[in-house]
Design a binder for this molecule. Structure first.
Ligand SMILES: [Zn+2]
Length: 108
């Protein structure tokens, strides 16, 4: 588990954040479900959750590796975009190959 994280860190320096779609994320709620696909293992999912929990303005966050769903609740919905941005950065740091998408956009 530790090995895959180290490899990802090295890789992240050259990777482009082109999979980030935060500009499409709407801020009409204090709750958001993001799909995080491409995580290599459950350990990475836990790491994303643990790191994100330390951020200010987050009420709750839970990352489920099996369903690839990241459920995010913020204290102030006006800060949702900013917080989603930060969460995406954390995802990219832990797993550069992961793709973060908005679940609501996917349904349409
Ligand atoms: Zn992993």
């Amino acid at each position: 588990m530790r090995r895959c994280i180290k490899q990802n860190r090295e890789y992240s320096e050259n990777s482009r954040p082109d999979a980030i779609i935060t500009e499409n994320i709407k801020t009409n709620s204090d709750k958001k479900i993001l799909l995080v696909t491409g995580l290599c293992c459950a350990n990475c999912a836990t790491k994303i959750e643990t790191k994100s929990k330390k951020m200010q303005g987050i009420k709750s966050i839970s990352m489920d590796f099996i369903s690839s769903k990241l459920v995010l609740e913020v204290e102030n919905k006006n800060e949702m975009n900013k917080i989603v941005d930060e969460v995406v950065k954390i995802v990219k740091l832990v797993e550069p190959d992961a793709i973060v998408t908005d679940e609501e956009n996917k349904k349409k």
